[in-house]
Write a protein that binds this ligand. Sequence first.
Ligand code: 2AL
Length: 245
Amino acid sequence: MLINVINPNTTESMTEKIGAAARAVAAAGTTVRAANPTMGPASIESHYDEALAVPGLLEQIAAGEAAGAAGHVVACFGDPGLDAARELARGPVVGIAEAAMHTASFLGRGFSVVTTLGRTTGRAWELAHRYGMTGFCRNVRACEIPVLDLEIPGSNARETITQECKRAVEDDGADVIVLGCAGMADLCRSIAEQVGVPVVDGVAAATKTIESLVAQGLATSTRSEYAPPPAKDYSGLLARFTVGG
Ligand code: 2AL
């Protein structure tokens, strides 16, 4: 099966990291297409970034569909464009925040999210509410690390994030840690070793969730809200997003 794993920002080094995290857990028969948009923000850490990342993300959903993808992963912790992606795709679409939170809920009574900037914590809480996870989500903690700092070799991001995870265990009573950014995927194992509780990377969790849904023959319901969008013209810079043209 082909899984389309989309980094919705345009930073290729992060896309490579995300692809490696997905391939590390993928089954023998799974091929991962790791891609990012050619237009949009270099990282997603504001509502403005998130809104403007969505058109490029939807183009990559369409490209994955054309390549025959059985399912899609939206690999940004704000789960941007998830509903729109579900309207476009035939197979299932899973966001890394929803996959990570659900996976964490299987592993303990409560989890804390450890993320990048404080300004992204409101979105993470909003997603916890949406996914029915407030009974499990003990806290959302920020490290005040900008997303692109995770791409700087030799930065002290790993140490800062590890310390925040330790505080989450001690101060929040978290049984499980959820990493709050796709750019943290490569740090998951080493942080888990140092923190001593399960640490969930959403890229791995979402990739395995897609494999599971596809293996069960399950795809998004098209009964109502997630039916394909109605045909209509789009104009100006968005003319190529015209539906049914
Ligand atoms: C993210 C993420 O996963 N990718 C990105 O560009 N921003 N999330 C975050 N909380 O900063």
